[in-house]
Design a protein around this ligand. Structure first.
Ligand code: FE2
Length: 579
């Protein structure tokens, strides 16, 4: 790309919309630079269709020399819309470094992406789009550093449920400085009105659109359009580049390779068709760089100099075998611990799948960056609880008074844990020896792969920091192999709006539970079960620091930060221990 291209001198480039060029891949990518047309003729004259910018602008997947910029136009009539873009070093666009023009149409839901290259590393840029006389909002983005890098900071978010409340957490992101926002999925939810977390949607004027569960391409597009009409989400996108992966709700609850808990082929058709529709809308509406091979592969590397090797993963769709659930292991009213352990150690059950695992292990082997940062969906840390507690938590076997049963089981387990091993009764030791995963949908349910990954990381000397979302609660844990070797740490974000354990258990119980489970679970160091917020991770060569910020409420756009819940944890690169 030639720098210093003047907007008035821009060359009209041919839109890469032609399916013969990139069938099904990145079809909303329009030409990047005036060097990109490779002698192709300009696009045919198209009538000028006026359009508005109702869904904001966004950027994403920053590398040291390029970044994706995105917008969506709402045309006043059907047809092709000519969209121009420009990117500058300053907010006034007096120092434009590149610009271009292309077309978009209904085939990509009038979304537009440009992979702007030729940029300087570790540099902030401003960008905007124009259709005719109308210009979009101006937004800011930033390229990644290269070479020696002293520090990097990321916001980490997940689980934004529009009908559940207002996106105050996104608003807060817009007011802070980060290199990028890592969005770990559940960017939207599939449910219709009356479904999960819609109880106050009418009161909030946030009833899902469409009002039914999304299933078709049109449904997914409509839901993205609703979310992207949110001013707080638009502000967050306009302030930072986003690096996104999907979790399950971008398709349907508890998705895996060939199905989902919330997908019934009998009434909802082939899962593969639903998945394809969801994936198409995801690429259309989000500032993600389309891969060169298959759209289903979203695992990718984004280096931040010699400091952070950011590896975004897919633990949902590309390789996951179907989740086990505790009803699978209930035998005579209690959980069969041995059967549970056999299942989670089954070497044939995959979470990443063999190709992604091979890629990831290769990345860890080859990288000389200080920190190996895995941006992914589900908790990797080992979070095991005695089976008596799990039985109280499992609706399929819990009694009506599950709170009392669970509390009694928890206290008995704590008592056992606090008793020196040589003084424990056989019954107390049996309680502790019965520990099984809290969540079989997370890495805990796929222990064979986790051991493979963590042992490889240990062998090649990686300092691993995993980032997770999915649970709607905040966590910090050591990452250890079964042999007890510390390989790294895990920091997990709370949610933007999706309800956490305070809804399932009630706020008092959720509040009281957190300090009780930490001493019970060897690798667990911090939890927050009741607040909505975001996680910030800051890296230097010596230390990674995680800090959690929480908003006071999501039932109004008026909010404050909860100062007493702010939490900061630092981990030294030498010993990787959470102190
Ligand atoms: Fe979620």
């Amino acid at each position: 790309m030639t720098k210093g291209t003047n907007f008035k001198r821009r060359t009209v480039v041919k839109a890469i919309a032609a399916s013969s060029l990139l069938p099904l891949l990145g079809s909303n990518l329009i030409g990047c630079s005036d060097n990109n047309n490779n002698g192709q003729s300009p696009p045919p004259e198209v009538p000028a269709i006026a359009a508005e910018f109702l869904h904001g602008v966004a950027s994403g997947d920053p590398l040291s020399d390029r970044v994706i910029i995105w917008t969506r136009v709402t045309p006043e009539s059907e047809g092709q819309v000519i969209v121009a873009w420009e990117i500058a070093l300053d907010e006034q666009f007096s120092s434009i470094v590149n610009s271009g023009e292309g077309t978009t149409d209904a085939s990509v839901d009038y979304t537009v992406k440009v992979d702007v290259d030729g940029l300087d590393a570790n540099t902030s840029y401003y960008y905007r789009f124009t259709v005719g006389e109308r210009t979009s909002a101006t937004a800011k983005t930033k390229t990644a550093p290269t070479g020696a890098t002293a520090e990097a900071a990321f916001a980490v978010v997940s689980c934004a449920n529009y009908p559940a409340g207002f996106f105050n957490v996104y608003r807060e992101l817009a007011n802070q400085e980060f290199d990028a926002v890592l969005h770990l999925g559940d960017y939207l939810y599939e449910y219709g009105q009356g479904g999960y977390a819609t109880e106050r949607a009418e009161e909030f004027d946030r009833v899902p659109q469409p009002s039914h569960e999304m299933l078709t391409l049109e449904d997914y597009r409509t839901r993205y359009a609703q979310y992207r009409g949110d001013e707080d989400l638009q502000a967050a996108h306009a302030a930072h580049p986003f690096i996104l992966v999907w979790d399950d709700h971008e398709v349907a609850n508890d998705s895996w390779r060939e199905g989902a808990d919330n997908h019934d082929p009998e009434t909802e058709g082939e899962f593969s068709e639903r998945k394809a529709a969801a994936i198409q809308a995801w690429y259309e509406w989000l500032p993600v760089r389309p891969p060169s091979n298959t759209l289903e592969i979203i695992y990718r590397q984004l280096p931040y100099g010699d400091l952070v090797n950011l590896l975004m993963l897919d633990t949902r769709l590309i390789g996951r075998d179907e989740q086990n659930t505790y009803p699978d292991f209930v035998n005579g009213g209690s959980i069969d611990v041995d059967a549970t352990r056999m299942a989670i150690n089954d070497s044939t059950r995959a979470l990443l799948g063999s190709e992604q695992m091979a890629w990831l292990k290769g990345q860890l082997t080859d990288s000389s960056a200080r920190w190996q940062v895995l941006g992914q969906q589900v908790l990797m840390a080992r979070l095991h609880l005695p089976s008596s507690i799990m039985e109280a938590l499992d609706p399929s076997i819990a009694g009506e008074d599950f709170v009392a049963e669970g509390t009694a089981a928890l206290l008995a387990a704590l008592n056992a844990k606090n008793t020196p091993p040589e003084e424990r009764t056989p019954e107390q030791q049996a309680i502790l020896d019965s520990a099984i995963p809290y969540n079989l949908d997370a890495w805990d349910g796929y222990n064979f792969e986790r051991e493979e990954l963590l042992n490889h990381a240990m062998q090649v000397g990686s300092k691993v920091v995993t980032l997770a979302g999915d649970t709607h609660n905040a966590w910090a844990s050591q990452l250890s192999t079964e042999a007890g070797d510390i390989v790294g740490v895990e920091f997990a974000a709370s949610s933007v709006t999706s309800p956490g354990l305070e809804v399932a258990l009630g706020p008092d119980l959720a509040l009281g539970l957190a300090p009780l489970v930490i001493p019970l679970i060897d690798d667990l160091r911090y939890t927050n079960f009741i607040n909505r917020g975001y996680l910030k991770v800051h890296f230097t060569m010596e230390v990674v620091t995680a800090s959690w910020t929480y908003v006071s409420n999501i039932d109004s756009t008026s909010y404050t930060l909860i100062a007493e819940e702010f939490k900061e944890i630092s981990v030294d690169a030498e010993d990787l221990l959470i102190s």
